[in-house]
Design a protein around this ligand. Sequence first.
Ligand code: NAI
Ligand code: MG
Length: 337
Amino acid sequence: MTTTIAVIRGDGIGPEIMDATLRVLDVLHPGLQYDFVQAGVAAQEACGELLPQATLDAIARHRVALKSPLTTPVGGGFSSINVQLRKHFDLYANVRPAVSFPNTRSRFAESVDLLTVRENTEGAYIGEGQQTSDDGATATLIQKVTRKGSERIVRYAFDIARRTGRKKVTVVHKANILKSTSGLFLKVAREVAAEYPDIACNELIIDNCCMQLVMRPEQFDVLVTTNLFGDIISDLCAGLVGGLGLAPGANIGTDVAIFEAVHGSAPDIAGQGIANPCALLLGAGQMLDHLGQPEAATRLRRAIHDTLEARDRTTPDLGGSGTTAGFADAIISRLGA
Ligand code: NAI
Ligand code: MG
C-alpha cells in the first residue's frame, strides 16, 4: 500500500539525520513516499518565507509529517517554527518516550521505560503576549491554561497508558505556587483520573519530580504535564537514557501528526556527519505505529537495540567513532526480512 508523508529536512544536523532515516524507512516500508517541503531557515533561503503556505498545505493533505530539527534564534529574532506548526495544526499532545538501550552513556543500565505526555498548545511556552517595557527593564507574558486543553491532554495520557499496557500516570504540576494555572490543570487531572480506575495515578510537584527522576527513574511510567514543564523534563528523561540522540517525540492532533526528534539542530556538530540518527529514527518508529505498521516499528526498535548492543558503528555521543551514514548502514543490516 502506498502512503505519502510530508518530509521537512530541517537545518543544522537535520538533513544528515533525515537522509539516514529515510534510507532505513525505504527498507522497512517500501510503500512510503515522500513529499519534501521546506520550513525554517532553509525555507527562508529558498523562497523568502519561514513557513510557506505550500508546506502547511502539504502537511494538511498528507496528515502525517516527519520533521528534522529547525533552528530558532535565542533571545530576539523570529519565533519558533516548531511552535507555529503545533499551533497551526492544534497538535495538542507531545508524546516523548524515554527507553533504556544497551551501551549508552546513561547512568541507568536497563531500568528506564517511561513516556512524557506534554501539553503542546498553551501555557507559558507558547509565548503569548510577550512584551518588554520601553526602558527594557520589565518583561511580561501571559500564561494561559484552559479546562479544555488540560482535559484533552490528561485524557490522552490515560488513554495511551491503557492502550499500551502501562499501569500508572503521574501528574506533574506546580499548583502550590502557580495556584491559578497549575491549579486548574491539577483539578482537571484529578477529575479525569477518576474515570480511569484501572490506571494508578499520583501527583508530584515539578521540582520534586526532577529529583525523583534522577534518583529513581524506574518508579515512573507515564508523566503528564503542562507545556514548559514537559519541555524541560523530557530533555531530563533523554539524559536518563543516554542523551538527546536517543529521544524521539510525536506531536499529535485530531487531524495531523508530526514526528520528530526531541533534540534541536545541534549547530556544534552540524556538517560533520557524526550526528546520531536514532532520535529521528525512533520518531519514525512512532510514525510507523501511527500509520498502522506496528510490526515495522518493532523491527526498527529491535534493530537499533541490536546495533547498540554490538556497538556497531555507533556515533561519538554514544562513545563510538562512527558516522551518521555508517550507523544507519549498521541498523539496516540488522533489519532482517
Ligand atoms: P540541541 O538539541 O540542538 O543540542 C544540545 C546538545 O546535544 C549539543 O551538544 C548537540 O551536539 C547534542 N545533540 C543533539 N542532537 C544530537 C544528535 N542527534 N547526535 C549527537 N548529539 C546531539 O539543543 P540546542 O543547542 O540548545 O539548540 C540548537 C537549536 O535547535 C536552537 O536553535 C533551538 O531552538 C533548536 N531546537 C529545535 C528543536 C526542534 O526543531 N524540534 C528542538 C530543540 C531545539
Ligand atoms: Mg525542548
